[in-house]
Ligand binder design. Structure first.
Ligand code: UT7
Length: 339
């Protein structure tokens, strides 16, 4: 019996635990929109192929000089305003990104400084498309133990800078964007009815590193490199790995798939999400789909979808939210939280 299941079986008991409760969410998409029709002029592709195989209709592209930190700062500011928390109260800043402004220092410290925060810690997490799930899991562990009290968790990417714009198999899939949440440690009862993060699971398996990677880096080629992917193989692993970690996360927290109010997945491919939903029995009406508007924005895609759910009033206090992602590494994971 896991600790959580033990607590569930003792429901009504008053085990005081810290939970990471979402206080605010925000997002930012660059102004420039690149449609599928425009993509047709860049590479040998078609709107029909892109929509049918992926569900993507357009992507947003950062302006010259607009960096990952700029996107992250805009998303973070909106999340902070909505949280009602003064930035100086934040003591942990985590930025999930695979496209940092510089090799070092971390993009998170730049975001931290621009928000006027100079206490606590700020660092980046690099788990590519799973970055936001990894960052939420990491922040949750710091908040639960009481080491930090309020965390700003950001997913921000400028994938347009690492795409090979002559490779039609990858350049049509990705876009730029950022999303952020403010988490606060709050005492709860230690039951499955608590608000906040109820369970979080992360996984990786480096045997698959050559299926999705960037062919450069400061320690190898001394260049940034370009994204390379064996899409078919990634697809094959995605449904199975994501469904597996979701099932483990639900078992850990004592919930069944039909109890989820909203599924907020990483937005990579509509067909992957349809496959997962079918396997787990989640109806399409409960899935947040924002892929058509911004394509795959890697670590930014879950908080972008969460932000849209918030703006569409689909997140009521008490709603049970499931997030999941899979990306290069492979890395994958899931987070279950009550809004
Ligand atoms: O977020 C990180 C995780 N990443 C993912 O989850 C991505 C997972 N993979 C996928 O989403 C899909 O595999 C893709 C969307 C990348 C590709 O879809 P697919 O159905 O697996 O297509 P495919 O790679 O098997 O290619 C089918 C055909 C090929 O032509 P041939 O060899 O059959 O003649 C490709 O060359 O489609 C061709 N093709 C294209 N045609 C028009 C590949 N890209 C394009 C394109 N436009 N952009």
């Amino acid at each position: 019996m896991t600790a959580m299941q033990k607590q569930v079986s003792e429901r009504g008991g008053n085990v005081a635990v810290n939970r990471s409760v979402v206080r605010g969410v925000g997002a930012y998409l660059p102004k420039r929109v690149l449609t599928n029709a425009e993509m047709q002029r860049l590479v040998d592709t078609s709107d029909d192929w892109i929509v049918e195989r992926t569900g993507i209709r357009q992507r947003h592209i950062a302006a010259d000089g607009e960096m990952t930190s700029d996107l992250g700062i805009a998303a973070a500011r909106q999340a902070l305003v909505r949280s009602g928390i003064d930035p100086v109260e934040i003591d942990l800043v985590i930025c999930a990104t695979a496209t940092p402004d510089r090799t070092f220092p971390a993009t998170a410290v730049k975001i931290q400084a621009s928000l006027g925060i100079s206490k606590g810690a700020a660092f980046d997490i690099q788990a590519v498309c799973s970055g936001f799930v990894y960052a939420m899991t990491t922040a949750d562990n710091f908040l639960k133990t009481g080491q930090f009290k309020r965390a700003l968790v950001i997913g921000a990417e400028t994938f347009s800078r690492i795409l090979d714009w002559e490779d039609r198999t990858t350049c049509v899939l990705f876009g730029d964007g950022a999303g952020a949440v403010v988490l606060e440690a709050q005492p709860q009862h230690g039951t499955r009815d608590d608000r906040g993060i109820l369970a979080a699971q992360i996984r990786s398996d480096g045997r698959y590193e050559d299926l999705l990677y960037v062919d450069g880096g400061p320690g190898s080629t001394k260049t940034t490199g370009h994204l390379r992917m064996n899409g078919r193989e990634v697809f094959r692993h995605a449904v199975q790995k994501i469904s597996g970690v979701i099932e483990e996360t639900l078992v850990m927290s004592g919930y069944a798939p039909d109890e989820i109010d909203l599924f907020v997945p990483h937005q990579a491919n509509q067909r992957i999400l349809d496959g997962i939903a079918k396997k787990l029995g989640i109806p399409p009406s409960k899935i947040m789909m924002t892929l058509a508007n911004h394509g795959n924005t890697s670590a930014a895609s879950i908080p972008l979808a969460l932000n849209q759910a918030f703006e569409e009033h689909r997140l009521d206090e008490g709603s049970l939210i499931l997030m999941e992602a899979m990306g290069g590494g492979f890395t994958w994971g899931a987070v279950l939280l009550r809004w």
